[in-house]
Write a protein that binds this ligand. Structure first.
Ligand code: MRU
Length: 336
């Protein structure tokens, strides 16, 4: 099987993305020539996953700098991009890094900063995968949620990077992939990636997690993060928090894997993390088909927050952090 192409890259003055809405049916690309096209791709989840959004934000600023003549308009385009999705801190982080570079060195510097974010991301993920593989026992049955693989990053993956590194070391991990309602990142994307990598994967309804943990069929839960607050509280895809509660009840380790770019020391606790609310339509429709009565209300919080006391370890490219997290996070996120 061919390797998965980069999730996002700069090609001849455009930002090229894997169109994640089309997977697993079709591996196709979106080419964004303007900031608005990229903003739409972000809002509609053609590109998604915290680290991938970081690169998208930075390449978006490079695109703004290359296509917009007026400095104020470049800034306002950057602000629009940063606001396209609120929860993953990487998006605003990527935008700001590229914007700082642009202020110092213009369009070329913005692009160089974006390219650097993209290559650093792949390297950070490989490193954190290697480090985190230690937490995956031989023949482990790993429960994960959403998609945290190559597609959620620029390449390799975070939580799935840990699984992948364990697989590469011959540990024979097997994965339970929660389908991840409503947008099915687990069923569509995680299953697709693991299958291509030859890692055994079984898709389950999100609601089956409790039964799996109760029957002793999970050795470790490994998930990603959209934002880690200064105290170690973790925002991740809706449905992550119940997994942490269940893991605690059944004495199974609950591991979060994320690059240090996902740590936000300016957000003190999880209650200050902005949680994206998406259209209720995503809940009451599957593949365009309506599954609830017309006109019925539907709520759609895209993320939840897991309190740090339920987190066994946070795997970063700078090592495995253990509670209490505040000092460990501060040290890990300090720039080398
Ligand atoms: O709404 P999404 O698909 O962007 O949500 C993604 C997640 O929640 C991931 O778990 C998180 O971004 C970590 S990705 C390495």
């Amino acid at each position: 099987v061919e390797p998965i192409p980069p999730t996002i890259e700069w090609r001849r003055g455009r930002v090229r993305l894997i169109d994640q809405r089309a997977l697993p049916g079709e591996l196709r690309f979106v080419e964004c020539a303007t900031v608005d096209e990229l903003g739409d791709a972000i809002a509609s989840l053609s590109v998604r996953g915290a680290p991938a959004l970081g690169a998208a934000g930075a390449f978006g600023v490079a695109l703004a700098a290359a296509t917009i003549g007026n400095a104020d308009e470049v800034r306002s385009a950057a602000r629009r991009l940063a606001a396209a999705r609120p929860t993953a801190v990487n998006l605003a982080w990527g935008v700001n890094r590229a914007l700082d570079a642009w202020v110092r060195g213009g369009a070329d510097a913005a692009l160089a900063a974006a390219e650097r974010i993209a290559s650093d991301d792949v390297e950070a993920n490989r490193t954190l995968g290697d480090i985190g593989a230690e937490l995956v026992p031989d023949d482990a049955r790993v429960l994960t949620h959403c998609n945290t693989g190559s597609l959620a990053t620029v390449g390799y993956g975070t939580a799935l990077g840990v699984v992948r590194a364990a697989h590469e070391r011959g540990k024979r991990p097997r994965v339970w992939a929660g389908e991840t309602r409503p947008l099915l990142q687990g069923a569509r994307l995680t299953a697709w990636e693991l299958d291509r990598l030859g890692i055994p994967v079984t898709v389950v309804a999100d609601a089956m997690a409790g039964s799996l943990l109760a029957s002793g069929d999970v050795d470790v839960v490994v998930v990603g993060a959209d934002r880690i607050a200064a105290n170690g509280d973790v925002a991740n895809k809706i449905g992550t928090y119940p997994l942490a509660v269940l893991a605690r009840e059944h004495v199974v380790p609950f591991v979060v894997a994320a690059p240090t770019s996902t740590i936000d020391l300016d957000t003190l606790t999880g209650s200050a993390i902005p949680v994206e609310e998406r259209s209720g339509d995503e809940v009451v429709r599957i593949g365009g088909e309506r599954i609830a009565p017309t006109g019925v209300a539907a709520a759609n919080r895209a993320f939840d927050v897991t309190p740090s006391r339920l987190v066994t370890a946070i795997v970063t490219e700078r090592g495995i952090l253990r509670p209490p997290y505040a000092d460990a996070l501060r040290t890990a996120s300090m720039r080398a």
